[in-house]
Design a protein around this ligand. Sequence first.
Ligand SMILES: [Zn+2]
Length: 656
Amino acid sequence: MQQRPKRYLGIRSEDRRPIQPREYGLLVAMGLALAILVARLWYLQVLHGEELAARAELVRTRLMRIAPPRGMIVDRAGRTLATNRTQIVISVLPDLLRRQPQRIPLVASRLNLAPEELHQLVMNPRINPYVPLVVQKGVSYQQAVELLESQYNLPEVEVSLQTMRWYPEGKVFAHVVGYVGQISDEELKAYRGETETASAADTSLITLHARYDGTDFVGKNGLERQYERYLHGIPGGEQVEVTPVGRRVRTLQQIEPTPGAKLVLTLDARLQRRAYELLQGHVGALVALDPRTGEVLACVSQPSFDPNLFVPRIPATVWRALLNDPRAPLNNRAIQSAYAPGSTIKPFFALAGLETGVLTTRTALTCPGGYQLGRRFFRCWRRHGFVDFYDSIAHSCDTFYYITGQKLGPERLAHWARAFGLGAATGIDLPHERKGLVPDPDWKRAVYKQPWFGGETLNYGIGQGYLLVTPLQMAVATMGIANRGVLYRPHLVRQIIAPNGEVLYTAQPEVIHRVRASQAHWDAVIAGMVQVVERGTARRAKLNGITVAGKTGSAEFRKGGKTHAWFIAFAPAENPRVALCVMAEEAGHGGEVAVPIATEWLKTFFGQTPENFISYEKAQARRAPPESAPLAARIRRVEAIAPHRRGHAPAGDAPR
Ligand SMILES: [Zn+2]
């Protein structure tokens, strides 16, 4: 018979049995756990009752981030180039679709989206699934009404008003202003690392939210990217009450975001538009600078693209079409394409010749239509006959520069090309600038494992061969001649202004290169360039009352194909206010294609200057009767610049 237990666990009578010694440990542990539970309950309910109640409240409220309005971008006269526009947008609630992915095809069909596309957007691990995700913008009122009417069976869809980036000038400024797009993982990491400074002690609503968020838009290209930190702004926050599925009921507390700063550009929208029109149909670029400061007045690359296509995201088909377009519309040819400069290099090597003593302003030769080197005959583009220093620039005699190049040699040619900033990035305030190439024998040995050949030096002298320059570099180098040696850094932003009106940044002219040469030699080269327009290869560039100095170029590109057409110019020659470069790929001769574009643009420039004043020169011309602004006056001006020119009237008549 079983012994009667002395002590009981007291749970069920039939289980009554004495506690075995090994069970004591278990009992102690259970008792201890119970004690801790009771203590915890007392702690929570009595000591922290209020706090707990507040926490329960938070279950039904949510802290929402308010993205800051992006800073505006305006031209030098305040014309809007990038702004934010309120429009009707359709969003989906990713959280709901993630929980019911079988509804994705239905929702997608109602929104005219491909189911796979919507699936991809919603499942993106980077997004916050509780924040409505914009899938369509610029929705018509009619479409919005239809969706709102059917919303009872589409709880995942929201119709709302939202501000989106808007580029009113579209294609005209696309390469310079750039565009925004949804932030990438790398960008989020990079921008957070840079800007997150909120301290742990600071618990205000704003600092609960990072300055950058996975739902943000950031500059992807152009100035939008370059000045992202200024344009972005500081987010605000709000505490809202939401329904269990995440729909907002009411706002409890709100802190307004701080908008981004405004960029005031150096560009003039009218000059930019004119350049865009003139280059239409060509593949090329126009860059115009104020030589007194380095301010970029116009910078156009053709063909172009509509930056509005990228906001909020570019459809895959459109993106592929842009990428596969053989004319590469996304490429900013002003800074990202490098070409042989052709004869536009001649004024620079003419100066090099004068400074090194290889040439004088009295150097002359007879051009028989080319130059014999060893067994090879290097052609001139025509049989020029007698050519002096000024003719060599005005009529672009290749023979003259084959010999000049040969006498200077590749090292000195490279030295002088680099002196004018070629072969190096100009440092313009845009991403992805190419630096081109200034070759020399060391470079060739390193890259091709070959020595430099004499024939290469000859081609170097006329801007053919390995030498590669961007249109921007040529505009900057032209500014160097216009300024007699001073090259300023080209820049696009004049001022950055905070929302409270405080000026955060004002651009100052910054010298990037200083070319030292005697005044007489600058005079001679500039006189040669004036004669290019007065009586040489760019006679179409003549303007009423304004002396234009220029140089044409026709760079060979493909054997048998058309040449790249170049024209560099500055004006007025005596007191330059603009330096420019026009380049059109495979368009033909510089004089026939690039010169008319530059001339029409210069007419716009001098007709209506960026400051809205007419030019001094134009005012003078208007004051005088038209017949009395004669050729003779222009010739005198040329003579004044070219004191070394042999004593006869150079303008108008054909050279010898
Ligand atoms: Zn010649």
